[in-house]
Design a protein around this ligand. Sequence first.
Ligand code: PHE
Length: 337
Amino acid sequence: MHDKIQNLIREIREVKAQSLDDVEQLRLKYLSKKGLVTVLFDDFKSVPPELKREMGQMLNQLKGEAQHKIESLKADFEEKAENAEKTSDLTRPVSLEPGTRHPLSIVRNQIIDIFSHIGFTVAVGPEIEDDWHNFSALNFTPDHPARDMQDTFFLTRDPDILLRTHTSSVQIRTMEQSQPPIRSIFPGRVFRNEVISARAHCIFHQVEGLYIDKNVSFADLKQTLLYFAKEMFGETTQIRLRPSYFPFTEPSGEMDVSCNICGGKGCNICKYTGWVEILGCGMVDPNVLENCGIDPEIYTGFAFGMGIERITMLKYQIKDLRLFFENDVRFLKQFQG
Ligand code: PHE
């Protein structure tokens, strides 16, 4: 019996088939009720007890190999048949629906486009950051209260490694690596430990901008942002700047655009004020320039940062930010870009 099993295993390993019919013949020959393998199982009853263990194992191996071989031969032929069917009829209609870009990608690309027209290049940086690039170099002193407001996800403490809370970290990396003139925008994903709601998420996207050169003034900042707002929301869009505070800019401001939904008359999107806030901005603090090896006596610059979700919600009148992360195709299909 031992030899019989060995021979059958060898035979089955070598076996070949030319068609699905051949495969079926092989199945009958080995695995059907009267098949060679099945019959050996019947013989097993007469194997002396001391050999049962070894023979049992061999029989199981034989059966396993035979089943596997026949299955894989069958799969080969089925796949071939399917491929032949696919390529033979070139007039068959395509059933796949083309995909669409995610609304956040559409708006991000649009922002990049708008700024590239006035000479801004694009730079990216890591999502996992150290304390220096996310906080310290940006003029957040160790006990600065604004650190608290960033709801940071820390990966390790001491040294502090964290998920970046804003793309301002890429501002620092860019200034460390190059000398002015610098004119770049930094799109990317950022993370904050916020309760998820219609208006906030723990993951979101920002685009930050930075312009450093000799004689860059607040007027340049204002004009750049006005250009952006008109390109993004339409020629009649107005902007207004309100004083604000960020550790890395001085003076700092927040920019509102006139509500493009009610045209400034007041609606629930602008909370009946006619204005919606879209970004933070300011003149880069001299300490930040110094931290990055740029002489603040010679150079000045401005920075701004905006949330892509917020701009997308305004542009398409989307009321719940969570829709961006659910990837429901019924939602995604509505955007073309
Ligand atoms: N980094 C700020 C934020 O995430 C935005 C900002 C960028 C403000 C650049 C001023 C200048 O809230």
